[in-house]
Design a protein around this ligand. Structure first.
Ligand code: UDP
Length: 469
């Protein structure tokens, strides 16, 4: 096992000063080597990131004007007009953490600002419930799973508890993901339209778990998936809603250069030389070791640094193993900077992405790949694995480049670093692609359109489905 000092690693669990590796000079001008290595040697993980920052207040619709233009905002107001006074309930399983909660945090106030009052409720459950739903989640993603009667009973028992506790008085009820899916049992007591918003990739689920969920899902008026390939055959209408990013969030808002510089100084990233970055959890499916290998191949021809910014390794045993594998692969290269960041480092990730010359997302399997969206939004040339939802975002050689191997990734790193005009062009195109398709404002538009469609459909339906009281 190699020691931690061999690559420039910063970890939340070990905020000691990092040792330098000046001995590992590789023939670059000594002043560059010394400056970069000095930074890495002298810095601890900055104290500013050891505790979560206070979240900034949610933006208002008008704050998006400079980004998407007045006409887009007018379009949203126009679509919302017919829905004025109507109400939505969103239900998921957690108020904090994870992409769904992050997205609802923004979506709910924006819809409400458009006078479509939107309420957000979170189901509750014991550890046993969340253990079962975590296993269901993995099984729906394709992991083998022995579906027991006990697991089904736990799921149904907490579903009943939540049904008894919750009221559904809104016009549209949106249930996110499998954990609260059983709330559809309350449908007959309401006149609402019920929609299941699935953020999972259901393309290859464990058959028994899918058979458990399928009859429940079929009771909904519609289902929404994040990519065509994630959906399944269902007898109800299905809609495609791409995931989205918020351009005003800490992760994506514009940053002044001094802030980008401060973060680079803190982490020992040298902005005078090319920076190739992958931001990802330390997970084998993100192939961080493949990224190190690609960097090493490219490095034979072009100078660059590699930044691998990830997180979760301290509280996930598998993450810690993968992090160690990455360190082993990095060896004693002082130009590989491995950052194990706490989960609240949105601003730091934003700055690192902005400082990067190229962003890589060399996943072997991927859901949608929000890190790709974030990088494209920052106008960066992106090299990414042609898997999951990534090809929806990266049109090869137009909005980024797709790769299928370590060698392909190495070739593209070398090519983009030596063809800056092309790199710039795909970066510009990528940002436009995100602006059109993957921003929060587009998501708001999709919800408004769907809500109108469902209301119109309901108006055409016989009234007998609804309670008479
Ligand atoms: N992310 C983060 N810290 C990390 C690694 C990732 O905040 O250390 C963020 C990243 O910026 C993105 C999200 O987590 O917003 C990851 O989403 P993605 O769809 O790329 O992958 P997932 O982790 O959901 O498989």
């Amino acid at each position: 096992m190699k020691s931690e000092e061999q690559s420039a690693t910063f970890a939340t669990a070990t905020p000691e000063p990092q040792s330098s590796n000046l001995a590992a000079s590789r023939g670059r001008p000594p002043f560059i080597e010394r400056r970069s290595a000095d930074r890495r040697a002298s810095r601890q993980l900055p104290a500013s990131i050891l505790t979560p920052p206070t979240p900034p207040p949610a933006p208002h619709l008008a704050d998006y004007r400079n980004i998407v233009g007045q006409s887009t905002l007018d379009g949203l107001r126009f679509l919302a007009r017919e829905l004025k006074g109507k109400t939505i309930k969103m239900v998921n399983s957690t108020a904090v953490g994870g992409g769904v909660a992050e997205m609802l945090n923004r979506l709910v106030p924006l819809l409400s600002e458009l006078e479509v009052a939107t309420h957000w409720d979170v189901i509750t459950g014991g550890n046993d419930f969340f253990e079962v739903t975590k296993a269901f989640h993995n099984a729906l993603h394709g992991a083998p799973y022995e579906l027991t009667k006990a697991a089904q009973e736990i799921f149904l028992m907490y579903t009943e508890q939540n049904r008894e506790r919750m009221k559904f008085e809104e016009n549209l009820v949106v249930i996110h993901d499998p954990q609260p899916v059983g709330l559809i049992g309350s449908r007959q007591q309401t006149s609402a339209s019920w929609v299941w918003r699935c953020h999972l990739d259901l393309s290859n689920p464990d058959a028994r778990v899918w058979e458990f969920f399928r009859p429940i899902i079929e009771q909904y008026d519609a289902a929404i998936f994040s990519a065509p390939s994630f959906a399944r055959q269902l007898p109800i209408p299905q809609y495609l809603f791409y995931p989205c990013i918020d351009p005003l969030s800490e992760k994506n808002k514009d940053l002044p250069d001094f802030q980008v510089q401060r973060v680079c100084d803190d982490f020992g990233i040298d902005r005078s030389r090319p920076i190739v970055t992958q931001v990802s959890r330390f997970d084998r499916l993100k192939d961080p070791v493949g990224v190190v290998q690609a960097y090493k191949l490219a490095k034979k021809y072009v100078d660059c640094q590699l930044v691998l910014a990830g997180g979760g390794a301290t509280d996930d045993p598998e993450g810690a193993t993968v992090l160690q594998e990455v360190k082993d692969a990095a060896g004693n290269d002082p130009d590989i900077i491995i950052l194990d960041l706490p989960p609240w480092c949105a601003l730091e990730i934003n700055a690192i992405q902005r400082a990067s010359t190229i962003i890589v997302q060399k996943s072997l399997k991927e859901g949608f790949g929000l890190t790709v969206t974030e990088a494209l939004w920052k106008g960066k040339p992106v090299i990414a694995g042609a898997v999951g939802g990534i090809p929806n975002q990266i049109i090869h050689k137009l909005t980024g480049v797709l790769v299928h191997s370590v060698e392909g990734c190495a070739f593209q790193i070398r090519y983009l670093l030596t063809h800056p005009e092309f790199a710039r062009t795909i970066g510009i195109n990528g940002r436009e692609h995100v602006k059109e398709n993957f921003l929060m404002t587009t998501n708001v538009k999709r919800w408004l359109l769907l809500f109108r469609t469902l209301e119109e459909r309901k108006a055409r339906q016989p009234k007998s489905r609804f309670p008479t009281t």
